[in-house]
Design a protein around this ligand. Sequence first.
Ligand code: AP5
Length: 208
Amino acid sequence: MKLIFLGPPGAGKGTLAAKAVDILNVPHISTGNIFRAAIAAASPLGLKVKSILDSGALVDDDTTIGLVRERLAETDTQKGYILDGFPRTIPQAEALSEFSQVDKVVNFDIPDTAVVERLGGRRTCRKCGANFHIHFGKPKKENVCDHCEGELYTRDDDKEEAIKKRLEVYREQTAPLIDHYRKKDLLVDIDATPKVDEVVENFKKSMG
Ligand code: AP5
């Protein structure tokens, strides 16, 4: 199954993807995680994109498309994948259709108020990238990752100004993808507002 997870920042795409990989047995490919790993490694890509991510703007299409094209050429994506955070613009969607055909696009439906609450309380593991929340998904030990014991931190783009900017960017550049994929009859809407377990059930139902 080849899936795109589409939705505003903080909608819960990464959280559901982490569960869905076990259900579908396909890799989770998050462009945001790829960029953050490059920043942590201080690679040329990381140095180029750090200030862009911190501000909440988008990395240019050519760089992002090139990364995903390379990643989807790897053998583990043959039977499927979950693309989380890509495509995010119409040119990215058009480019993707030239090198891979997706089966469904899962559209996370959630109001801005919930997004702000989720992003404001998110804590991310420096080592493995797992997400927690100070109210909705606490780690067993404060500031320590349940999976790898890495340190938890607040992403720079989870600060108030950057959240505002990311929501604007989402509305202007990413939300038009909803109609784009609806017209192609690929869109599946899921209510992303309930608790994680319920969202997982909504997802399973929507996948049949
Ligand atoms: P990216 O990492 O993709 O950020 P995003 O799309 O803004 O998504 P998030 O990771 O913020 O949110 P999410 O929906 O995964 O929510 P999560 O599951 O963590 O991208 C970062 C940046 O990289 C971009 O701004 C851009 O600069 C660049 N970039 C990436 N892709 C790009 C592209 N294609 N083109 C150009 N630039 C690109 O959940 C959020 C919080 O809520 C967590 O704390 C979680 O524990 C909690 N939570 C989750 N689900 C629930 C629930 N059901 N109930 C209660 N709490 C919940």
